[in-house]
Design a protein around this ligand. Sequence first.
Ligand SMILES: Nc1nc2c(ncn2[C@@H]2O[C@H](COP(=O)(O)OP(=O)(O)OP(=O)(O)O)[C@@H](O)[C@H]2O)c(=O)[nH]1
Ligand SMILES: [Mg+2]
Length: 313
Amino acid sequence: MPANLTPAYFKAEQWYRSATTPEEKILALEQMLAVMPKHKGTDKLKADLRQKLSAIREGEEKRRKSGGVDIFHIPRGGAGQVVLLGMPNSGKSSIVGLLTDAKVHIADFPFATNAPVPGMMHFEDVPIEIVDMPPITADFSMPGQVGTYRNCNLIAIVIDLSADVEEQWNACLDFLETRNLLPGKETVCICTKSDIEADGAIDKVKKLCANRFDMIATSIESGEGMGELPVMLFKQLSIIRVYAKPPGKKPDMDEPFTIPVGSTVFDLAKVIHRDLAEKLKHARIWGTNVYEGQSVQRNHVLNDKDIVELHFG
Ligand SMILES: Nc1nc2c(ncn2[C@@H]2O[C@H](COP(=O)(O)OP(=O)(O)OP(=O)(O)O)[C@@H](O)[C@H]2O)c(=O)[nH]1
Ligand SMILES: [Mg+2]
């Protein structure tokens, strides 16, 4: 009986073939199994895929137990983690070097960076982690590299405005699409080298981003966009910061809590005092859409920069 495999299956199979790490192979195989038409004609294929899957899972289990190190595993730090994606020489390290204290390797030759380098940048009082990465090309990425992208909060596609923007765009989008990263991962576009922009390059990128991705033009030479970039990344991370105020005391304005947009007073209570949260009675707020010190219920939705005094019963 013919298997009658679908385009979705072939796409997943392409992902599997391009997978370079066990984690990635597992995800791709799971996808192949999920989208595979289910009938007699696919029974043997299903059994084969399941066998492959369990062999890889076993191998992974052994590796974990033996303590293997993965250089592409960058634990998340700050209020959110942004990971750069771009072709060689596109200016990724320059951005991280300018916005953070991280020791990055900037060079006028390609493939200068060969491992991820995290650095901490600041949007006002919010620390945001930005990770420099080795480059990708249309047909090359380092084994394991995709793991960093899979684990982050936001992917930033870096496009060099002085080079062929379509080629870079296609390489980056292809990387993200074949690995199924676009659904579920927030993505933005950072254009670099606006001081030496090739004719019409910004307009080309704008068209490519269309309504799908926000984009910003920057230059480390002229400084264009460097002030706005942290603002944009903060917005794209969809987080707000709030300041906690113990009753009868001054608020702690030094270390805001960062929580997802849409979080309520109760969500904040869970972050601050996991054990006490259920006892939350009400809160007083100084900030947006409330009068000074207004008393609100636990389902009140917080805004960026609110000062919150939690009252437990
Ligand atoms: N004119 C100009 N040159 C820039 C700008 N940003 C980076 N460069 C130069 O571009 C070259 C490559 O910069 P890097 O930051 O090392 O690029 P990269 O993307 O990290 O490169 P790989 O590590 O190979 O992927 C260096 O010579 C930089 O000085 C910019 O805004 N304007
Ligand atoms: Mg680099």
